[in-house]
Write a protein that binds this ligand. Sequence first.
Ligand code: GDP
Ligand code: GDP
Length: 438
Amino acid sequence: MSGFTVAIVGRPNVGKSTLFNRLLEQRKAIVDDVSGVTRDRQYGIADWNGKTFNVIDTGGFVANSEDIFEREIRKQVKIAMEEANVLLFMCDVTTGITDLDAEVADMLRRSSKPVFVVINKVDNSERLLEATEFYSLGFEKIFFLSSITGSGTGELLDEVAALIPEELQAQAQDSELPKIAIIGQPNVGKSSLLNALVGEERNIVSDIAGTTRDTIHTHYKLFQKDFVLIDTAGIRRKAKVHEDLEFYSVIRAIKAMDEADICILMLDATKGITAQDLSIFSLAVRKGKGIVVLVNKWDLVEDKQTNSARDYENELKKRLAPFSDVPIIFTSVPDKQRIFKAIEEALRVFENRQRKIPTSKLNDIMLKAIESFHPPVVRGTPIRIKYVTQLPTYTPAFAFFCNLPDDVKQPYKNYLENQLRANFDFQGVPLKLFFRKK
Ligand code: GDP
Ligand code: GDP
């Protein structure tokens, strides 16, 4: 997974989210293999010609209405310019160049990043003629497409994919050390946690350069274990003007996540889990990252009798479903309560993620599980799963060989995944299950 990020910017209603959904479409088939997680409309992963990149729909972060504040859009564009690798500046052929388009164009002209102008709603050749007025914006790269029909999107994707450096694509495992990212919404306590760990200066071995200049990798040694904490610049150096912006924290979280093996997702116990937290969580699941959830500020939860950790944990797991086999730790940073436990758990998840089950053992257990609960019969034909093997992938994936691979339905896939989890420790680790014709 590369950390390459494409942001779609533009005023409301030009079609940003329509393009976004289309770019993510090819991915859907692959994504659906990860136990039924849903996609969301703000960010996702796209594949093109074997290259993978993040796509962000900046429109998803603002109220999608005409009376939207211009100021808000300017902020989004500014952040996108700082954080993304490529900017897709979307305009609408049916309205021509509006004042707001011209203003966004002024900002983007100052960008050091590549800007691709994307003229949308070019549904027919008549509109293609009208679209030529957009050359006057003065950008070199201009694409004409229809997000609704998909025409023209291939050319755009070709150019985007061409910008992704090979080494970023292959970057992956630059070091053997477990890499842990601390992510979460503003004010949950990320920098406090980091400082509590960093506070133990003697534990720092060295700073390693991150793969992008926005991240700091710090090599630690705790309990005789080596690991790298990934810290986004925004976490340590606070007080940037847009620090409070959701969009900013999300884009940073995605970058840190891309470079990490394990994500520590921090929540504020007094606020519970928010929709944004769930989106970040499901993104981490889709990216196959190890996950530990910290419920921080546990000291602020009063009346611990009724709000017991166990009840809290059960409620949380319901929200995290279908992937709820995750360690959940209740922390308080000022009291240093369980903060080292959090790291220990992250390292344990790292080991789970590297687990390789010998084929014979896997078949012993899984074929028995299949024998005791068969997949349902399809059109009079029984589905027979003959053989299971763990694939030699970096994150755990299993191939089940059977006569009717396309007919194995989600409930049975869930059963198999649960059996894997019941018999082998994969806590905190998303699993991929594939069904293949033998
Ligand atoms: P956003 O606010 O920029 O995210 O815009 P949306 O994606 O919500 O699209 C705004 C409207 O434009 C919706 O009604 C879409 O169906 C429509 N739209 C998007 N792309 C196209 C296109 O290629 N052709 C046409 N005719 N309409 C489109
Ligand atoms: P960040 O934006 O996620 O980096 O959050 P900070 O680390 O800046 O924390 C936000 C505020 O929450 C600060 O005032 C911290 O002192 C406070 N805080 C962090 N962790 C805890 C905790 O476990 N308990 C309490 N009571 N306050 C905390």
